[in-house]
Design a protein around this ligand. Structure first.
Ligand SMILES: [Zn+2]
Ligand SMILES: [Zn+2]
Length: 184
């Protein structure tokens, strides 16, 4: 796993909540287990106390994306540095499945929330510093407020998914057609 790929942990955690829709998929230890499964993390002991802890990390990570996307990179970096200091990461070189030596990020000694926060923060830090803070985005297709990392070649990504991109295009098309109809 490339270190940058760990940013997916941050993206998936933030996107467990859809503030524009009022839904929240991070309420129970089962939700955390599903999140760990989604990122391919081996299941670990998830405690009840991990729920509020991870939700607090989620709020801070969303702020990183929002500040970065809205042109406040220094604020985004300050928040991310806070997370990095609070949740130290444990790198380990591994060479499983006949693959070349590569680094895995872990937090074996810590609980599920600390471990997840450490890995998510480091992954996001790698992406922010290698791609640029302006590559952290928030979906433009309201009410979706999902976050994403724009790794596209032309820095043009505006939506979290193809689904949102299609939805936004259809909405724009309808709006244009309606505007034409009223001016005719
Ligand atoms: Zn690996
Ligand atoms: Zn979206």
């Amino acid at each position: 796993m490339e270190l940058a790929a760990y940013a997916d942990y941050a993206v998936r955690l933030v996107n467990t909540e859809a503030p524009g829709r009022g839904t929240d998929d991070l309420r129970t230890t089962g939700d955390i287990a599903r999140l760990l499964d989604a990122v391919g993390r081996p299941p670990s002991r998830v405690a009840e106390s991990d729920v509020p802890r991870l939700r607090a990390v989620r709020t801070r990570l969303r702020a990183v994306f929002t500040d970065a996307a809205e042109g406040r990179p220094a604020d985004a970096v300050a928040t991310l540095n806070g997370l990095l200091a609070e949740y130290p990461v444990h790198p380990r070189i591994t060479g499983h499945d006949g693959r070349p030596w590569h680094i895995h990020l872990a937090g074996d000694q810590a609980g599920a929330a600390e471990s997840y926060a450490a890995v998510a923060g480091m992954g996001l830090a790698v992406q922010l510093t290698s791609l640029g803070a302006d590559r952290l985005g928030v979906c433009d297709a309201a009410p979706c407020r999902n976050v994403f990392v724009d790794a596209s070649a032309n820095r043009s990504r505006r939506y979290c998914s193809d689904r949102c991109s299609t939805r936004a295009n259809v909405a724009q098309y309808r709006a244009r057609r309606k505007a034409r109809a009223t001016t005719d």
